[in-house]
Design a protein around this ligand. Structure first.
Ligand SMILES: Cc1ncc(C[n+]2csc(CCOP(=O)(O)OP(=O)(O)O)c2C)c(N)n1
Ligand SMILES: [Mg+2]
Length: 528
């Protein structure tokens, strides 16, 4: 008879969940004791970093990553990162330890209280198996729940369950393999094709959902057939279209008045992989003109449920684009909507660099295959225009804006995609939320480039306070010693104050960035 632990190890092997991102505690010892050699344990020194690394790994591989967390304190620390994983649609199988069933009723030290509620509605599924023997099936089901729900699926396991007897060998309470229908019905395709063929002036809006290679391969010919502008959704977590393509018109504004004027004159809007339409600050008024017809193509039913579209199709984006293509007439007209940014102004003697200078210096040198992870709040839009995504996964950021994602996610992504150059661009404030991830990068020989834009404070927050007619209630933090922090985590670090120093370090490091096996931190002093 196998133990529950042995049967679960079998499930994890079957699902290729053999890399464990974790920060463990005593309640996880029975599971981790004598971990088989074909399992890899990746330690993060805080649960935000653990889940952030797993999220980067899951996004990069488009398959679930395994996370192991320590009862209330571990899961509690992880909640913000789990919410980010959900909104970034990253599939995670999360096992959470719990005290021993034998005395849970006595509420011993480390007893998790209502652990199933701790992450709120952010997990796509939570299970606390009724019997120890149900754990292997629950973990197997969590794999499917994470994949189909695109987010974290949690299984809570009391520590004595691992050594309990498993059920006799036999099928688990879940399907072994699942195929999901992906094609849209022919009637829906015919209806959209007619709408587009009859349109005076269509426009395409793309977003995080259309970021994969299969979709880029068909969305580009589709856009070329339509000869229309292609906009990227505001605040999208990934790029839905090559952003150096002549038809790329830029990022949509995140407020309603800007949306209305950007999309004015287009009678049919086709949103592919972007909800209708992602906004940030509330502005009253319509999102688009009354007479405009809006079609949404999304792989996520929930996105269709909250989008004010005339028609939504829930199906594989690549399959919808491929089916539409032969039905569309070739449109004539201007096909150049791309507006590259001008060079940043020259820096006068003694003046500090700005984020624009850093992004421009990177833009002229980065390999098109680079994955740029963004977490630079006050310079985000500048980053987006100066570092266009040229390949799928060329741009990644936290869909919900929660800081502390980009640094650990860049590490998880580099572990999953060792052949791609990976650069995390971080505000100095942002870098601190998961700064201990630098230790994981150094310990596991992960060759990311982390650029910390040191402006000595929360510039975006100061800007918002000023706009509200107030001074900032919070202080600046000019005197944080980032190079010491980075070297304290055993990372190579270079401080940069001038354009010359920046060029020198980028020229010497970027050509080999893809092959790096140690992290490099650049701390660049920039103007506020
Ligand atoms: C976890 C979390 N806490 C707080 C915030 C609110 N917040 C948004 S931007 C910001 C400041 C970012 O500062 P920094 O990274 O230095 O970027 P800068 O604005 O200086 O470019 C804060 C605190 C957040 N988004 N996420
Ligand atoms: Mg800052």
């Amino acid at each position: 008879m196998k133990t529950v632990r042995e049967a679960t190890i079998d499930v994890l092997r079957h699902r290729a969940l053999m890399t464990i991102f974790s920060n463990p505690g005593s309640t996880e010892i029975p599971f981790l004791k004598d971990l088989p050699d074909d399992f890899t344990f990746v330690l993060g020194l805080h649960e935000g970093s653990v889940v952030g690394m797993a999220t980067g790994w899951a996004i990069a591989r488009d398959t679930p990553a395994l996370v192991l967390l320590h009862t209330t304190a571990g899961l509690g620390n992880a909640v913000g990162a789990l919410a980010t994983a959900r909104v970034n649609r990253a599939p995670l199988v999360v096992i959470v330890g719990q005290q021993d069933r034998h005395h849970l009723a006595l509420e011993p030290f480390l007893a998790g209280h209502r652990l199933e509620l701790l992450a709120g509605d952010y997990p796509v599924w939570v299970s606390e198996p009724t019997r120890a023997a149900d754990v292997p099936g629950a973990v197997s089901r969590a794999y499917h729940e994470a994949r189909s729900g695109r987010g974290p699926a949690i299984v809570i396991v009391p520590m004595d369950d691992w050594n309990a007897d498993a059920d006799a060998p036999g099928p688990l309470a879940t399907s072994d393999r699942i195929f999901t229908a992906v094609d849209a019905p022919a009637a829906a395709i015919t209806e959209i094709a007619a709408l587009l063929n009859n349109a005076q002036s269509p426009a395409l809006i793309v977003g995080a959902g259309s970021n994969d290679e299969a979709t880029w391969n068909v969305i580009v010919p589709l856009a070329e057939r339509l000869a229309c502008p292609v906009w990227q959704e505001a605040f999208g977590a990934r790029a839905g279209f090559p952003q150096n393509h002549p038809q790329f018109a830029g990022h949509l504004p995140s407020g309603r008045s800007g949306l209305l004027s950007s999309l004015a004159g287009h009678d049919v809007l086709l949103a592919i992989g972007a909800p209708v339409f992602r906004q940030y600050g509330f502005e009253p008024g319509p999102l688009f003109a009354d007479s405009t017809k809006v079609v949404l193509v999304t792989q996520f039913a929930e996105e269709a449920h909250h989008s004010p579209a005339n028609l939504a199709i829930v199906a594989s984006l690549a399959s919808v684009c491929a089916a539409l293509l032969p039905l569309l007439q070739h449109r004539e007209g201007s096909t150049n909507f791309y507006n590259p940014p001008p060079d940043p102004p020259l820096i006068e003697d003694g003046q500090p660099l700005t984020p624009s200078h850093v992004f421009a210096a990177l833009a002229s040198r980065l390999d098109p295959k680079t994955v740029v992870l963004e977490e630079s709040p006050s310079s985000r839009s500048d980053l987006q225009t100066r570092l266009p995504a040229r390949q799928p996964m060329g741009f990644v950021s936290a869909a919900m804006g929660g800081l502390g994602f980009a640094l650990p996610a860049s590490i998880g992504m580099k572990m999953a995609l060792p052949e791609r150059p990976i650069v995390a661009l971080l505000g100095d404030g942002s870098s601190l939320y998961s700064i201990q991830a630098l230790w994981s990068a150094s310990n596991y020989a992960v060759g990311i480039l982390a650029v910390i834009l040191k402006n000595g404070g929360y510039a975006i927050m100061d800007r918002l306070a000023l706009q509200a007619g107030s001074k900032s209630a919070w202080p600046s933090f000019n005197y944080i010693d980032f190079p010491s922090i980075a070297s304290g985590f055993s990372c190579e670090v270079v401080s940069v104050q001038t354009g010359e120093q920046l060029s020198r370090v980028l020229d010497s490091t970027l050509p080999d960035l893809a092959r790096r096996t140690t992290p490099l931190v650049l701390v660049v002093d920039v103007a506020r």
